[in-house]
Each structure stands twice: as structure tokens, then as C-alpha cells.
Design a protein around this ligand. Structure first.
Ligand SMILES: [Zn+2]
Length: 138
């Protein structure tokens, strides 16, 4: 039995040689596809089955693809979008946590988010990205 598992592992490794494999985008596609598959069991939600099959098929095609460069570009695009969304919510969480002690505002020239302490009166704030000085009342 132990030999059988070893041989199957070797066959699987041989089959996956030169293929892309799994990544974060594939995991996301699988999770969303499985959720849609479960939603398809609800009444009047049959359209979810179509999207579920499409996402699961896309995930498998990516996994067994030999065009590694194209798959990496897709992954980079996905990670860029995911990180932007993640950064947005991280900033909102931080703003909520510091709402009593700090003010947040955007730099007028480069749109970077700046944080200054509250209750200091009128202060000059220098942007750390573009070094623009702004007068702000806190
Ligand atoms: Zn700036």
C-alpha cells in the first residue's frame, strides 16, 4: 500500500511537470466557485450553477496550463487588485481605531493619506511623499 501511494505521487509529479500548478488566484476561484455551487441549490438561483462551473473550469485550466508567463501575469493583476482592496479596508480600520487621537486627510498634490495628531491647533503638515507643506487645523 505504501508503494502504491509512492507510485501515485511520482505519477502525479510527472503529470504536473512543466505545468503551472496552484496559486492564490486559483484558490480564490475555487472558493468562489464552491460558494456559488452551494448557492445554486437554493430556489431561483440556478444561474449560480453556470458561474460556478465557469469559475471551476477556469481554475482547472489555469492549474494545468503550460503557459506559465501568462498565468503569472494574471496572478500579478489579481494580487494588485486584492491588495488595493485590502489596503482600503486596513486604512479604514486604522482610521476608526485612531479616530479620537488623530486626523486623516489626503495630500492635495499626490493624494497620499496623511495622519496628524488631534488637538494641536493649526499646524504645518509636510507630505512624506512629495514634501508639499499644508496648513491644517486639527
Ligand atoms: Zn503629497
Amino acid at each position: 500500500m505504501k508503494n502504491w501511494f509512492r507510485r501515485m505521487g511520482e505519477r502525479l509529479a510527472r503529470m504536473m511537470y512543466g505545468r503551472y500548478g496552484n496559486d492564490a488566484l486559483n484558490n480564490c476561484l475555487l472558493i468562489v466557485g464552491m460558494i456559488l455551487l452551494l448557492l445554486a441549490y437554493l430556489p431561483h438561483m440556478w444561474i449560480c450553477l453556470f458561474f460556478s462551473v465557469a469559475l471551476l473550469t477556469w481554475s482547472n485550466v489555469r492549474c494545468f496550463s503550460r503557459n506559465i508567463g501568462k498565468r503569472r501575469k494574471e496572478l500579478m493583476r489579481y494580487l494588485s487588485i486584492r491588495n488595493r482592496i485590502k489596503d482600503f479596508f486596513t486604512l479604514r480600520k486604522l482610521m476608526w481605531k485612531d479616530r479620537k487621537t488623530h486626523c486623516y486627510f489626503k495630500c492635495k498634490s499626490c493624494k497620499a493619506v496623511l495622519r496628524v495628531p488631534k488637538g494641536k491647533g493649526e499646524i504645518d503638515v509636510t507630505c512624506r511623499c512629495c514634501h508639499t507643506v499644508t496648513v491644517k487645523k486639527t
